[in-house]
Design a protein around this ligand. Structure first.
Ligand SMILES: Nc1ncnc2c1ncn2[C@@H]1O[C@H](COP(=O)(O)OP(=O)(O)O)[C@@H](O)[C@H]1O
Ligand SMILES: [Mg+2]
Length: 419
């Protein structure tokens, strides 16, 4: 069958790579893809925002299954569009995707269904928001309600910082309409982690754990990024905690989507804070994580197509999954300056040195081909992934590969998988 993957990052490269391994897949299309996905299938020059063109393409090329990577494409309603046209697509419908695309919608869902989360309020006027600050104490979290490329959350240490964040979002519309409404939350302290679960309307299937490194610098310091690396399994989540996450978060989530009649056949990836009073949900992501997918796919032994199909046909309870019990580490190589301004168009050297390395896979993110060269084209450029018997073996192997790859201004952390 023909499969279309929508998106152009490392996550989509990992999904396309895995789907290509399915004996039932003839052709993988990736829209728009990158220089790496072009090696797994055929890139299609359609932007992720051009939903009607994507639909036309899927119809013309007899695409049997479409897999959506990015959150904003789900929020724009691509699943409803494809399903109304009779096409099979993996992901939550637009209304269910609001669990990610509107933080107030998600918070109300959690409160309604008894899912533990931080106390919050929602505000559309900066006056009302500022008046409410003292109810939360400091620090507190100020969040744009809508999608803001992972930049819409400010942890304010005092009233001055909180008021500046409120004005930035509501008055100055720093995040456009995403900040028309904001939420304010009590601060939760603890360690962050996340889980991935494949969901259909009856049941869910939890993936092995993975943990990302959001901060730019070694030792988990510096500004937050889209993710500088990731490893699997996580050191934070043991069997007991996973059971608690099932009981307190995933089971009530399933009951909630049933009661609220939300059609959710896709990937649920909640961000959690492990507090001294137990896990609390920070947010619901409604798609695969990036870069978490880059360490999960190399460990997946079951055909990914079988899993995605079981989700959209509500047969997850009938499927068994096999995972490689080794560890995986993914080191992100980024453009110097990221997550701020950075240059692109730098030639990447050394990819051929690592293409034959055992247990190493390079997933491309911000890359494009020009003639014989592969050039950088984004902030996060490559995700160098390795598997090994232990996290430290996997990490050592990943860094051996990283050291072979050069581009002007390349930046990466040295401690992925070891802190
Ligand atoms: N209530 C909170 N208490 C403490 N830290 C928080 C809180 N909410 C968010 N954060 C921090 O802000 C980050 C981003 O928040 P999140 O809700 O995940 O938004 P997004 O991923 O959409 O930017 C979290 O990963 C966490 O580090
Ligand atoms: Mg988050």
């Amino acid at each position: 069958m023909n499969v279309l993957v929508i998106g152009g990052g490392g996550r989509e490269h990992a999904l396309a790579w895995k789907l290509r391994q399915s004996p039932r897949v003839n052709q993988v299309f990736i829209a728009p893809g990158n220089a790496g996905t072009a090696l797994e299938g055929r890139n299609v020059e359609i932007k992720v925002s051009e939903l009607n063109q994507l639909l036309n393409f899927a119809q013309q090329e007899s695409v049997d299954l479409t897999v959506v990577g990015p959150d904003d494409v789900l929020a724009a309603g691509i699943v409803d569009l494809f399903e109304n046209a009779g096409l099979r697509i993996f992901g939550p419908c637009k209304e269910a995707a609001r669990l990610e695309s509107s933080k107030s919608f998600a918070k109300r869902f959690m409160i309604r269904h008894g899912i533990p989360t931080a106390r919050f309020g929602e505000y559309e006027s900066s006056r009302a928001a500022k008046d409410a600050l003292h109810d939360f104490g400091f620090p507190l979290a100020v969040k744009a309600d809508g999608l803001a490329l992972g930049k819409g959350v400010v942890i304010a240490q005092d009233r001055r910082e909180a008021e500046a964040a409120v004005d930035d979002m509501i008055e100055r519309r720093r995040f456009g309409d995403a900040g028309r409404k904001i939420i304010i939350e009590e601060f939760l302290s603890g360690v962050e982690c996340s889980v991935h679960a494949l969901v259909n309307s009856r049941s869910y299937l939890v993936f092995p754990t993975a943990q990302d490194h959001k901060q730019l610098c070694d030792g988990n310091r510096g500004p937050n990024t889209g993710g500088m690396g990731t490893f699997s399994p996580s050191r934070q989540i043991d069997a007991g905690l996973l059971q608690e996450i099932r009981d307190k978060i995933l089971d009530p989530f399933m009951q909630g989507i049933r009661q609220d009649n939300l059609l959710f056949r896709g990937l649920l990836f909640p961000g959690l804070m492990l507090t001294k009073d137990g896990p609390r949900v920070l947010e619901f992501n409604c798609r695969f994580g990036d870069p978490e997918t880059q360490v999960l796919m190399p460990r997946l032994e079951t055909d990914l197509l079988d899993l995605l199909e079981a989700s959209i046909t509500d047969q997850l309870d009938a499927i068994s999954t096999e995972w490689d019990n080794r560890s995986a580490v993914c080191v992100v190589m980024a453009s110097g300056g990221y997550p701020g301004d950075y240059e692109t168009g730098k030639a990447i050297a050394g990819l051929e040195n690592v293409s034959e390395m055992e247990d190493v896979k390079v997933f491309h993110a911000g890359t494009r081909r020009r003639g014989d060269q592969i050039l950088t084209s984004g902030g996060r450029v490559l995700g160098i992934t390795a598997v090994g018997n232990t996290l430290s073996v996997a990490s050592k192997r990943a860094y051996e590969a990283v050291d072979q790859i050069e581009f002007d201004g390349r930046y990466f952390r040295r401690d992925i998988g070891s802190v």
